[in-house]
Design a binder for this molecule. Structure first.
Ligand SMILES: [Zn+2]
Length: 190
């Protein structure tokens, strides 16, 4: 039960809000007054029913889809961008990487998974998304992050990660050359 008399919570649904009169269930209400409360995270609206003319108050709150992370051991915990950032900072130690670049990665990864609208994501998928971006930023930081993330047991697997990185760079380089060639002058003349 809502402790506030004559009030109810409404949940925004795809940008449109349907509010029925709590007294007569009529769908048309007139907004008399709107104002932000709770530091702007909630909008309080005073409404009047267009049929019975009774007044009531609604509180609108933006609802973030809760995002849970499934860890390796199967336990779940709420998604935490700061945790990603901490891992990035550790990997980037003594590297010439600006803090904003790391924050940007953490921000982008969070947005990527929240945009999908799924309620659960594996820590593995998050790690891969971080690595994908870190690889382009700094190779040393990438290998460090990968070694923690993939829990490398020995030096061989670190070397493996470096080899993997080099192979990927080669493939990307090849792909770039292939894409550029058909767009050259010779192609236009032909
Ligand atoms: Zn009414």
């Amino acid at each position: 039960m809502n402790p506030r008399a004559n009030s109810c919570w409404v949940r925004p649904l795809r940008g449109r809000i349907d509010v029925r009169c709590p007294f007569c269930d009529y769908e048309e209400t007139k907004v008399l007054d709107s104002r932000p409360v709770e530091e702007g995270t909630v909008i309080r609206r005073r409404r009047e029913c267009q049929r019975c003319s009774r007044r009531f108050t609604t509180y609108e709150r933006v609802e973030m889809t809760p995002l849970m992370v499934i860890k390796r051991d199967g336990r779940r915990e709420p998604f935490n961008r700061n945790k990603i950032l901490q891992g990035l900072i550790r990997a980037a130690q003594k590297r010439p990487i600006p803090m904003e670049a790391l924050e940007q990665i953490a921000f982008e990864v969070e947005r990527e998974f929240r945009d999908r609208g799924e309620q659960e994501v594996t820590s593995l998928a998050i790690g891969e998304a971080v690595m994908e971006r870190l690889r382009k930023l700094d190779e040393v930081a990438y290998v460090r992050f990968a070694s923690v993330y993939r829990r490398f047991a020995d030096a061989d697997s670190v070397i493996e990660a470096i080899e993997e990185l080099r192979a990927r760079k080669r493939r990307e380089e090849e792909l770039r050359t292939q894409v550029l060639l058909p767009l050259g002058d010779d192609h236009n003349k032909a």
